[in-house]
Every structure is written in C-alpha cells, then in structure tokens.
Write a protein that binds this ligand. Structure first.
Ligand code: ADP
Length: 475
C-alpha cells in the first residue's frame, strides 16, 4: 500500500494512516495518507521559518531555474499525474491530464515572473536623495487547498510563493492527498532546499486550524467554502497575518434571444455539468430570455440526458463520479429542496455502474424563481436551474441577485448589451460569448462579494499577496 507521508524540514514523517478511496470504485484504496498532528504543523512552520533565511536571499535566476525544472518534471510525469488526479478525485481522464498540464504551465509562467519582480524609483522631494521601492517575500505562507483541483490549485499557490522567495507549508484537502504529495515529491526531486516546501496532511479542523493559528505564518492562501474562508480570515486578522481567500460561486449564464444558440447551449451544458459540476466556476444558474426559453430547455434536457456518466478512467465517460458520500448526500438533499420549493426536476438520482462508485445523474431544475434556495446556495454538483426572464435588464438583476460573485457569462450578439454586462455584472470574472469556466493562468483569477476575500491569485497580480513593499530613502 502506498503511504503518503508528511514532509517536514526535509524529512518524511509518518502519522495515523487514513485510506484514500477512489470515488469511481469504492473498493479500491488508492493509498493511505499519514495524518499530521498540530505538533507536526508547528515543526513544519518552524522548518519553513528557518529555511526562509537563506531561501529569501537566493537570486531570482536561481528560483527561476528551479521553477523551470519543476515545470519540466511535471510535464514529464503528466500522464501519471493525470491518472492519479482522476483516480483520487473522480474527474475524467482528459480533465485530469489537462489539470496536470496546467500545473506545469503555471510553474513555467512563474519561472518568468521570478525575473520580473521589479521595483520603482522616485526622485525625492529633498535634494540628493533617491527613493527606491522594492518587493520582498513575506515569509512563511500556509496554503490550504480544496479537493476539486488537487494538483493545479496547490501549484498556482506554490509557484508564486516560491518565485518571490517565500517558504511554504501546504495543507491539502482530506479527499485528495495523493496529488499534493506527488507535487511535493516532484518539487523536492528538483532540488528545492530542505524546509522550503513542507507538506502536512489531515483534517481541516485540526491540521488546517493549527496552520491558521501558527504565529510564524505570515500569510494564508485559501481556496474552499465560504464558511471556512471566513474562519480563516478571522484567524488571520486576529494575529495580523495576510489572507487571500477564494470561495464559492453561484455563477450565472445569461442567454438572450439574439445569441448564437448552439454556442450558448453548449456552454450551458458544459458549464453546468462538466467536471461533475464540482468547480467554483461552474454555471449553475441558466438565465434564459422568455422568447427562446421553452426551446432552450427542451434542448438542454436532451443534451443533459445524453451525457455519459461513468468511471473517471473509462474513455467513454463524459462525467465522472461525485467526489464522496458527503457531496452525494448534499446533491440528493438539494434535489428534495428543489422539489419542495416547487421546481420541476429532470434527471438526478443515484446511478449503478459496474464498479461501486458515487455515480449521480445530472439534474436540471426548471420553473424556478431566483429566490429559491436552489438558486441562492452553492450546490457544487451537476445540478443546475433554468430561470426565465423577460429581457436583458431582468437577466442582469437576477444574475447579480445572489451573495456570490465569482464568474458570469452572457451570450448575445448585441455589443451594447455585452458591454453593459461587462461593466455591471458584480463578479470578479465576466465572459462574453464564452462559458463561465475556462480561465487563463496569466490573468488574475478571483471573485467579488462572498466569493472572495483579499487580493487576486494567478498572473502577475499574484505578487501583491506574496510580496511586501519596502520604500528606501538613500542619501
Ligand atoms: P469543502 O466543504 O469543499 O470541503 P472546505 O472549505 O471545508 O471545503 O475545505 C477547504 C480546505 O479547508 C480543506 O483543505 C479543508 O481541510 C480545510 N479546512 C476545513 N475546515 C478548516 C478549518 N476549520 N480550519 C482550517 N482549514 C480548514
């Protein structure tokens, strides 16, 4: 049995073993994660603190070279990593492979960014004095990551952390320790010095909590639920640490009567159901103009019912299983909530396949109103609602009528409406004639309202979180 151990100051440390189950086949144990203790977290932070002294003084070129080697190593193991992601998380293989590629690209991008940390210079108001503004790393950063992108999210936090000279303690989600472990193994294999990257596995409320409260952690980069993100923000505020938190979404796709119909239909199906609906950029609210509503709903149902749900590694599968029994129960609960609120439900329910797994039929709610719980709460599964609207103005009001604000998209051929939407959608990311999901790694990623707290991730703006400014006056 493969055991994933914690990495603390260059040493692999054991802990209580907890099985990592394949959601496509509950009879298959992928490996065992060695759960860390609060004392292990303390040691990991201390090791990262010690390593910071020399790592923060390395040259940008040393860090850039290292990140390039990591990008190469991830790419060289892409097939194996893609299979591992799909096996422990349940996304289909093409999505697992895509995620592995993305992780490599992110390291490559930040290998370049390490050389471009830059700075500013001013002429002082006083004669004979230079003013120089430089960026320095913040120190030890704690990375708390979710299970839906088990390799890419740790990568897009770790790569900028290292690029700018910080040291890292990574706490991956309970459900996906193997991908994070593989990443750390690769990073260490590429020559990251002892203590620069540490890995602690285990439960959020013990291991994650210890990391949030560790005095020597200068910043926490968190991705997960709103509830936990808020806990993390409070813990960081109390001890004066930085926090960057990306949380949930209830993204909407707006389809107007002048849209390219087929493109909108494909985006609605993909955005709602692909990646099993388990991504924060999924579009679970399909806001459709009255004049094409009925036809759109019929086509949507037909496309949804034709989707092939099966094991992640089966080439015929378009949608993999739900990640675990807790999410499965939540999906089933929301089917009931939708029915009790008066929505019409198509699809949904548990499916049997050749292996015992968490297979769930995608579901579409129709005849819904914007204030229903199914249209306000993040379900995080392959369930979506259609909301009928009279016109663009109502569509925009419905879109903005939730507490979330991650991503949004509109399908229209009207430049005026597209431009208005781009300005007035209260979301961190807005797409025109494109699905809500699908972002580039060199542009900032993040939401507004309850979906986000703190500065942006990804792209050049990542350095705002991972560096601190210093203003020097030199006579
Ligand atoms: P989800 O509900 O999708 O699992 P969470 O926000 O609970 O999302 O999990 C995201 C990450 O936060 C995981 O790594 C999890 O272990 C961690 N986590 C959960 N609860 C806490 C907590 N109280 N303190 C710190 N980390 C936590």
């Amino acid at each position: 049995m493969t055991v994933y151990r914690n990495l603390i100051g260059g040493e692999w440390r054991d802990g209580v073993h907890v099985p990592n189950i394949n959601p496509s086949n509950l009879d298959e144990v992928v490996g065992e994660a060695a759960y860390a203790t609060a004392a292990d977290v303390h040691d990991a932070v201390a090791a990262a603190r010690t390593a910071f002294k020399s790592w923060s003084l390395t040259t940008p070129l040393e860090r850039s070279d290292l990140l390039n080697r990591i990008a190469d190593a991830i790419l060289a193991r892409r097939d194996e990593l893609g299979r591992l992601i799909s096996t422990e998380q349940g996304k289909i293989l093409s999505e697992g492979l895509g995620e592995a590629t993305r992780a490599s690209q992110v390291f490559r991008y930040f290998a370049g960014e390490a050389l471009r940390a830059g700075g500013e210079r001013f002429d002082s108001l006083r004669p004979g004095i230079d003013v120089a503004v430089t960026r320095e790393p913040i120190g030890v950063v704690g990375l708390i990551t979710p299970w839906n992108f088990p390799l890419a999210i740790p990568a897009w936090k770790m790569a900028p952390a290292l690029a700018y000279g910080n040291t890292v303690v990574l706490k991956p989600a309970e459900l996906t320790p193997a991908s994070a472990h593989a990443l750390v193994e690769i990073v260490i294999g590429c020559g990251v010095p002892e203590g620069v990257v540490n890995l602690v596995m285990g439960e959020g409320r013990t291991v994650g909590d210890a990391l949030l409260h560790a005095q020597d952690v200068a910043g926490i980069s968190f991705t997960g639920s709103v509830g936990t993100g808020r806990i993390a923000a409070v813990a960081c505020a109390e001890r004066g640490a930085r926090i960057q938190a990306e949380m949930g979404g209830k993204n909407g796709i707006v389809v107007l009567e002048d849209a390219n119909y087929d493109a909108a239909l494909t985006a609605a199906v993909n955005g709602a159901f692909f990646a099993t609906g388990q991504r924060c950029t999924a579009s679970s609210r399909i806001i459709v103009q009255d004049s094409l509503h009925d036809r759109f709903v019929e086509d949507l149902k037909a496309r949804m019912l034709a989707l092939k749900i099966g094991p992640a590694l089966d080439a015929a599968s378009q949608i993999g299983p739900i990640v675990d029994e807790r999410q499965m129960a939540q999906n089933l609960r929301y089917l009931d909530i939708g029915r009790s609120e008066g929505a019409t439900v198509t699809g949904g329910g548990v499916l049997e396949r050749a292996t015992r797994g968490h297979y769930f039929a995608p579901a579409l709610f129709t005849d819904t109103t914007p204030d229903m719980r199914i249209n306000q709460e993040e379900i995080f599964g392959p369930l979506a609602s259609v909301i009928r609207v009279a016109d663009y103005d109502e569509a925009l009001a419905v879109l903005n009528g939730t507490r979330f604000g991650l991503s949004s998209c509109i399908f229209t051929n009207s430049l005026a409406k597209a431009r208005h939407f781009q300005r007035h959608a209260e979301t961190g990311m807005v797409m025109v004639n494109l699905s809500c999901a699908g972002t580039d790694f060199h542009a900032p990623f993040g939401g507004r309202k309850a979906s986000n707290y703190g500065p942006r991730e990804q792209g050049g703006h990542a350095r705002d979180f991972y560096t601190v400014l210093k203003t020097a006056y030199v006579a």
